[in-house]
Design a protein around this ligand. Structure first.
Ligand SMILES: [Zn+2]
Length: 199
């Protein structure tokens, strides 16, 4: 039995089963920005054939899954062309778009944490989001992810900041305190804001 199980695991151990992936609608937002900046071909040239082809021919649907390593390459190419500030603005908009439509009117940072895991699962097929919140500060950890590269973590920081701002923390700032690329066990982001009493 042990042998059979080992074989099963080996059969499943291909790139598709083990590489974390990100949801197509996020990839589409990034693709449009990259196309606008003239960086589509440069990004595709760095990807495996299937991802490159899907990207160039615009065959990624909103509900599809796309390798996060390829997503990170796209981010690097976009950052090189339009600068970090423009990528951060896009990240904040993209992250806000995964929240329910009436979220800004009804929510608070404390309630945000309750929906954070579900929102995370909507756009990531692996790993886990762990959020600890106190008055005016939060720690957000991406657990169970491999190395992603600097551009991916800068995108995450901007996305987290954007979501907290939508949830009522208008002056929220976010920075990465510990990165798996720097030897940490996971990537951890620290968020700070001025509490406004909303619950
Ligand atoms: Zn990181």
């Amino acid at each position: 039995m042990g042998t059979g199980r080992a074989n099963l695991v080996r059969v499943g151990m291909d790139r598709e089963s083990f590489e974390p992936r990100v949801r197509g609608h996020l990839v589409r937002v990034l693709r449009a920005a990259l196309a606008g900046a003239g960086g589509l071909e440069a990004a595709a040239a760095r990807l495996q054939q299937r991802e490159a082809s899907n990207l160039l021919t615009d065959r990624i649907a909103d509900g599809d899954w796309f390798p996060i390593s390829a997503f990170a390459v796209m981010l690097e190419e976009l950052e090189a062309r339009v600068g970090i500030a423009a990528v951060e603005a896009m990240a904040a908009t993209a992250a806000s778009s995964i929240l329910p439509k009436d979220y800004a009117a009804t929510s608070s940072v404390e309630r945000l944490v309750a929906t954070a895991t579900a929102a995370y699962r909507e756009v990531n097929d692996r790993g886990k989001l762990v959020v600890d919140v106190e008055e005016g500060r939060a720690a957000v950890r991406f657990v169970g992810f491999p190395s992603g590269g600097g551009a991916l973590c800068r995108f995450r920081a901007a996305a987290i900041r954007g979501v907290f701002r939508v949830a009522g923390a208008q002056d929220a700032s976010c920075s990465e305190a510990s990165c798996i690329d720097g030897g940490g066990a996971f990537c951890e982001f620290r968020v700070r804001w001025t509490p406004n009493g909303r619950r």
